[in-house]
Design a protein around this ligand. Structure first.
Ligand code: SAH
Length: 244
């Protein structure tokens, strides 16, 4: 029996934002592998084995998933949002580099609605012009790299979507990120704090960057810094389509 490995994104939280393609993969799965809170979002049923694991064991988890698929199981590795955005798809490909014996397995990556898109839609259209996404966790990259990318993104006048703003290992990082952006002359830019987007406790708050403080974000927050032309209309925040 040939197994399969599907790497799927569950979207930001609301079931309505799970794509039909991902729902079909979950319905056909024999095994669900992933970080425990994401596995908990999959409804248990007969014939389905759930394999929740801890945070930060991505490579181990990817290896386990490949092993199960090689034994003939239909495995779905779940991530929140999109599996290719700061999530499990890269970890699976890293494992494939390490273990060539699994390279012939049928593997599919199914996209999902990533947090920054759901956050942007809730606020208006702050990513309507050029933008970039930065993971503020320094778990897998040195902090100076994050600082450099923030400075250059500010200089390039990108809107900036920030994932993992408050990393557990470096709670002071987000405050430093705000400081760097202030030093780069972004104090008057709008900043959107989008917390628990699409969940019942969703909260969207927009302030000027010079008014922003580190406590306004936690691990369930996606932060979007507007570009220099980003503006408000009524309760909405958007980036005009033209650059100055
Ligand atoms: N693969 C995921 C990102 C994983 S990193 C995706 O594509 O969305 C985890 C970070 O994503 C969190 O720290 C937070 O910054 C952001 N995030 C995930 N879900 C979110 C939600 N519902 N609301 C706000 N931010 C969210």
């Amino acid at each position: 029996m040939t197994g399969t490995l599907t790497i799927a994104g569950l979207g930001p939280g609301d079931e309505a934002l799970i794509t039909p393609e991902v729902s079909a993969a979950l319905a056909a799965a024999t095994d669900i592998v992933g970080y425990a809170p994401y596995v908990a979002r999959v409804r248990p049923r007969d014939g389905l084995t759930l394999h929740p694991s801890d945070n930060r064991v991505e490579l181990q988890r990817a290896g386990d998933a490949l092993q199960l698929a090689s034994e003939g199981r239909h495995v779905v590795v779940v991530s929140s949002g999109d599996p290719g955005v700061f999530a499990m798809a890269s970890a699976v490909f890293e494992a494939l580099e390490e273990f060539p014996q699994w390279r012939e397995l049928p593997i599919r990556v199914l996209p999902g609605v990533t947090a920054m898109l759901a956050a942007a839609a809730s606020a208006g259209a702050p990513l309507g012009h050029d933008f970039c996404a930065i993971n503020l966790s320094d778990n897998l990259k040195p902090w100076p790299v994050i600082e450099k990318r923030l400075r250059l993104a500010a200089e390039a006048d990108f809107a900036i979507a920030m994932y993992n703003p408050r990393s557990a290992s470096r709670p002071e990082g987000f405050g430093r990120a705000l400081e760097i952006l202030r030093e780069a002359g972004c104090g008057e830019r709008f900043v959107i704090f989008a917390r628990a987007v699409s969940a019942p406790d969703q909260r969207i708050e927009t302030v000027k960057l010079h008014e922003a403080s580190p406590e306004m974000a936690d691990m369930r927050t996606l932060v979007i810094v507007g570009n220099s032309a980003t503006r408000r209309v009524g309760r909405w925040v958007y980036a005009p389509r033209h650059a100055r």
